[in-house]
Design a protein around this ligand. Structure first.
Ligand SMILES: Cc1ncc(C[n+]2csc(CCOP(=O)(O)OP(=O)(O)O)c2C)c(N)n1
Ligand SMILES: [Mg+2]
Length: 652
């Protein structure tokens, strides 16, 4: 209340309504060590209703994390740890960035899957070395959002019994009393998903909350605890109303709340007795020490498993992890074979399968189309440990769940869908990027060339959208060699997600020099050098690289020297030093054409005012792929004509 008042903005209602729940949960239930927020076997806690960030910051502060009272005073200020919504990486104890409602809940499902799979893999008789729970608080908003329906459904089917969701059932969202827009029986809905539901818990009765939290531990299903609370509890005029949701209460109401709650201390003044009662540091250190001792004994009793678990926790890739993948790139370079790049990707996965056990794959019900399943993959189910998740038709939950898997540690997730349905998952792609997590996004059927499924399925603006996302690395490889290099980059990358954009249709395998081959990893490189004087440069990606090469050959026959640059990753190319970029795209050559069967907007920074883009700035059409491409001008002949045009203009 005081922090929001000081900031003159923020959300006091949910933190005040959840304070009683928070007290019981943080002091008595959560397994954590404030001195080491990274302790691996800690419980994971997610505040899915991220607008209630002041609840989390208060709990972190009181229980002894490195969140000081000054940090609390600087709520929502520039460069403070206590951002408006909890930001992963900026504040100790924040396990994931939340704010877009519902996504934290899906992250929590990912955490719970990660914990169970690690436990299944590494625990031995008498050695429960992986044994923690995932707790998530949600509000009405999270449970209205479709993503929570997707994720709850999968969590129920998978029987994630160590996942507990506390529902802040206060009957209020921004527009007022939710009855008028959110009236279903949430408990019945969750029971139908296969959850255990604990109803009618008075969220302001600590004993009732404690009982419910204890009961949740005993279930063989995920549990939803429905806590009835009063938003803005204690603020006499605003409690129980939407006025308490998202604005400072005002000085008068704050002092009245002090009186109602019988709290006589000044803002930010907390009596020592309270600090003493709340301090979780000694108990947390003791818990971590006990776990460290268990791990020491485990290392003696099960040395091989322990080495592997230590490696997984540290996030170190296994020695030689990429040998087979790199060999695949090499053999594709030496013996080019035309292939759909989605199938090239499958070969990459076959080369990785088994060698990188932290890889956990999946698809949103398009496994056979996305080619995401490798030989030897095992289904992850309620009953059995596995490394392949059938996410069902749930792109958004899949992406947010894989964010949770990556955040938990011990896993490198990848998952597939059609490029067009990335849009269903879009905000989770954005949060993966914001949080810089290693999440690999496989997007197949990457252009109008997918053909007959037509404009609903044909991506246009999606590549431009991915490329505009900060911290996201996007690759659109042209053949197997480039695909293998892209997979290598995606797995080696520790500081962000990677989108792999792949074709449905066969692409022509390119022949390239050794220099070109080793330069693939630089994101853009000279694939075909010009014959004679350099008159123009054609830049292309993916399936359009073959068109560019074909056009360059025709133009060479007419004595026009054209260089073909393959640019599978714009962001990786832009990260190269200036000298390298200049060697590929000399500034002096302004006759440039980019070719990509997608929106043209990515390319003007490369072709400039004197260049041109062969792309598609309209929706596609239902027709066989080659006809759709021809109708939209993505052909060798059109590239030739456009290059001639820019060459002519340059020499005029
Ligand atoms: C995806 C998404 N849509 C909209 C918002 C804006 N928003 C923030 S809180 C909120 C209302 C949430 O209601 P509830 O979860 O019941 O929160 P309470 O008012 O009880 O704190 C909305 C619409 C958001 N943060 N995320
Ligand atoms: Mg609410």
């Amino acid at each position: 209340m005081d922090a929001v008042q000081q900031a003159t903005c923020g959300h006091p209602g949910a933190p005040m309504g959840l304070a009683d729940v928070g007290e019981v949960f943080w002091r008595e239930v959560l397994k954590h060590n404030p001195n080491n927020p990274q302790w691996f076997d800690r419980d994971r806690f997610v505040l899915s209703n991220g607008h209630a960030s002041m609840l989390l910051y208060s709990m972190l502060h009181l229980s002894g994390y490195a969140v000081s009272i000054d940090d609390i005073k600087r709520f929502r200020q520039l460069h403070s740890k206590t951002a408006g919504h909890p930001e992963y990486g900026e504040c100790p104890g924040v396990e994931t960035t939340t704010g877009p409602l519902g996504q934290g809940f899906a992250n929590a499902v990912g955490f719970a899957i990660a914990e169970r799979e690690l436990a299944r893999t590494f625990n031995r008789d008498g050695f429960e070395v992986v044994d923690h729970r995932t707790w998530v608080i949600v509000g009405d908003g999270c449970l209205m959002e479709g993503i929570s329906h997707e994720a709850a459904s999968l969590a129920g089917t998978l029987g994630l019994s160590k996942l507990v969701c506390i529902y802040d059932d206060n009957g209020i969202s921004i527009d007022g009393k939710v009855d008028a827009w959110f009236s279903e029986d949430v408990g019945a809905r969750f029971e139908a998903y296969g959850w255990h539901v604990i109803r009618n818990v008075d969220g302001h009765d600590p004993a009732a909350v404690a009982r419910a939290l204890a009961a949740a531990r005993e279930q063989n299903k995920p549990t939803l605890i429905r806590c009835r609370t009063v938003i803005g509890f204690g603020a006499p005029h605003k409690q129980g109303t939407a006025d308490a949701h998202g604005a400072a209460l005002g000085a008068d109401e704050v002092s009245l709340a002090r009186r109602t709650l019988n709290w006589s201390y000044a803002p930010f003044e907390i009596p020592d007795a309270i600090y003493r009662e709340w301090d979780c540091r000694a108990a947390g250190a003791q818990r971590e020490r006990a776990w460290n001792e268990l791990m020491d004994r485990y290392r003696v009793a099960h040395p091989a498993a322990a080495r592997e678990l230590d490696r997984r926790i540290a996030g170190r890739l296994p020695d030689g992890w990429s040998d087979a993948l790199d060999a695949l790139a090499r053999s594709a370079q030496e013996k080019p074979e035309d292939l759909e790049t989605r199938k090239s990707s499958q070969r990459c996965l076959d080369a990785l399968g088994g060698k990188v056990p932290e890889l956990i794959g999946g698809s949103a019900d398009l496994t056979g189309s996305n080619n995401t399943r490798w030989k030897g993959a095992k289904d992850l189910t309620a009953e059995a440990c596995g490394d392949y998740v059938s996410y069902g038709v749930r792109e958004f939950a899949m992406t947010a769940i894989t964010n949770g898997l990556a955040l938990h540690g011990g896993f490198i997730p990848f998952s597939g869908t059609f490029l067009i349905f990335m849009e269903y998952a879009r905000n989770a792609v954005r949060l993966a990027s914001l949080m810089k997590v290693r999440n690999i996004l496989v997007y197949t059927h990457d252009s109008v060339a997918l053909g007959e499924d037509g404009p609903t399925h044909q991506p246009i603006e999606q590549l431009a959208n991915l490329r505009a996302t900060p911290n996201l690395s996007t690759w659109r490889p042209c053949d197997t060699a480039e695909t293998a290099v892209a997979w290598h980059a995606a797995i080696a990358r520790k500081d962000g997600p990677t989108a792999l954009v792949l074709t449905r249709q066969k692409t022509k395998a390119q022949t390239r020099s050794e220099t070109a081959f080793v330069s693939i990893a630089r994101g853009g490189y000279v694939l075909v050098p010009e014959t004679g004087a350099l008159r123009a440069i054609v830049i292309a990606t993916g399936s359009e690289v073959a068109l560019a090469v074909g056009a360059a050959q025709k133009l060479a026959n007419d004595g026009i020297g054209v260089r073909v640059v393959s640019m599978p990753s714009v962001d990786v190319f832009l990260a190269q030093d200036d000298a390298y970029r200049e060697s590929v795209l000399p500034r002096s050559v302004r006759a440039r054409v980019a070719v990509e069967a997608g929106h043209t907007s990515s390319w003007y920074r490369f072709v400039g005012l004197d260049g041109a883009v062969v792309g598609i700035d309209r929706f596609g059409l239902s027709a066989p792929g080659p006809q759709a491409m021809a109708e939209l001008g993505v052909t060798v002949d059109n590239v030739v004509a456009v290059v001639r045009g820019v060459v002519k203009a340059a020499s005029a």
